[in-house]
Write a protein that binds this ligand. Sequence first.
Ligand code: ZN
Ligand code: ZN
Length: 149
Amino acid sequence: MKINLKQIFNIVGESKDISYDITADELSDIKGYQFSSPVAVSGRVYNRAGVIYLDYSVEFTLLAACDRCLKEFERGYSFDFQHIVVPSLSNNDNDDYIVAEGESIELNDIAVTDLLLQLPVKMLCKDDCKGLCMVCGCDLNESVCNCLN
Ligand SMILES: [Zn+2]
Ligand SMILES: [Zn+2]
């Protein structure tokens, strides 16, 4: 969703609430992850003393296969982000700043980039998943074998 920041840039104290869903269709070209819900985006962009802040959170559910036991599972995630938005990038600015080209930002792109960076490299059905036996392949969360004894 494109968010126009013209007013926010111009008026100190101005703010705009954000609340919308990034639909499953828009998420379908993200490689390696399958979303089983839309990504709910909510937050606010505001001008505090001439600095533009973008504060928002995302909430969504992923369908994934566990890297240890290979079982499919669904897990909900939520993350909070804060960025400073600048009208243009000068040499001194930090890479974390978001540049509003033409006084607007494309929040879908920002949100997807942010959330992908937060997702764990290893997808586990639970943090202490025991995985599969390397010898017989049984699911060690559900059964016990004697292969490694
Ligand atoms: Zn697992
Ligand atoms: Zn075994």
